[in-house]
Design a protein around this ligand. Structure first.
Ligand code: ADP
Length: 283
């Protein structure tokens, strides 16, 4: 049996112990990079906060930490006591990222166990305080780091971000399979970059196709959480460190994220997310 299979079985039999003070930990995953996972994690966390929840975000995308930039945060977290770090805070959300702690180029060459130890530290040795939800921005794909987090972290569930086209959906299926293998409830799939609305003429073009993730979600029995269009305001506000949900909360796009956060929170708070995983579809 491979290490991966052994790890997966570990979670299947023994659920990791929760983190004191944190009610629900939600992983945001994607089958591959570049589909908007970090942007979605950031705006989803802000969406929870918009509902008055106490929220933190842990940027576990060790090979490309984006949360410092997305939240417009610089500097280093303060050390409190011998080993505990105080998370940074912006727009009412507590933020911790390996990007605050080491040069990106250094983390790039970390081996698997170092990645895992860094993430474990960011969970256990950060003064998160009382949180309703901690969002974890996972590394893309189903590599060792993602699998270990899925297996060793007390996740309430996972949200998967996909673009609509077939090629992305193939990777999305792998992510779904990974979470099912380690018995992490799937809270749902979000279709990002769903369509493009021209800011000049208002014409809507389905650049990457449209509706693929919804069809796939129905096929594999995972809730479909909604569509986020490809929109220049989302890209610009992300690049400027002024995420759209925090800075343009009345915009159509912010409302989409806030609506998705409400949906996810309902699943978490009513225990719907803890239902047994649906039947596995053999491809
Ligand atoms: P990932 O975390 O999957 O690698 P990112 O969140 O870093 O992806 O997004 C990749 C790029 O796409 C970024 O420049 C981001 O601003 C942009 N982006 C993500 N989602 C959208 C969207 N819905 N509309 C416009 N740009 C987006």
């Amino acid at each position: 049996m491979s290490v991966t299979e052994t790890q997966a079985r570990g979670r299947a039999t023994s659920k990791p112990i929760g983190i004191p003070g944190i009610k629900h930990i939600v992983a945001v995953a994607s089958g591959k990079g570049g589909v908007g996972k970090s942007t979605t994690s950031c705006n989803l966390a802000l969406g929870f906060a918009a509902h008055g929840l106490k929220v933190g975000i842990l940027d576990a995308d060790i090979y490309g930490p984006s949360q410092p930039k997305l939240f417009g945060l610089r500097g280093k977290p303060r050390l409190i006591g011998a080993r505990t770090l105080e998370p940074m805070e912006r727009f009412g959300v507590k933020v911790m990222s390996v990007g605050f702690l080491v040069e990106e180029a250094l983390a790039m060459i970390w081996r698997g166990p170092m990645v895992i130890s860094a993430i474990t530290q960011m969970l256990d040795e950060v003064a998160w305080g009382d949180l309703d939800v901690l969002v974890i921005d996972l590394p893309p794909g189903t590599g060792d780091a993602s699998l270990t987090i899925a297996q060793q972290t007390p996740l309430a569930g996972a949200v998967i971000v996909s673009t609509p086209q077939d090629i992305a959906l193939i990777d999305t299926r792998r992510s779904v399979a990974m979470f099912r293998k380690v018995n992490v409830p799937l809270l749902g799939i979000i279709e990002n970059m769903s369509s493009f609305c021209c800011p000049d003429c208002g014409h809507v073009s389905p650049i990457f196709g449209h509706g693929g993730a919804r069809i796939e979600a129905e096929r594999i029995g995972v809730p479909f959480l909604g569509e986020i269009p490809l929109d220049i305001r989302i890209r610009m506000t992300s690049d400027e460190g002024r995420p759209i949900v925090a800075t343009e909360p009345e915009s159509v796009h912010a409302k989409l994220y806030i609506g998705i956060a409400r949906h996810v929170w309902l699943a978490l708070s009513t225990g719907r997310a803890n239902k047994p995983a649906p039947r596995i579809v053999i491809e």
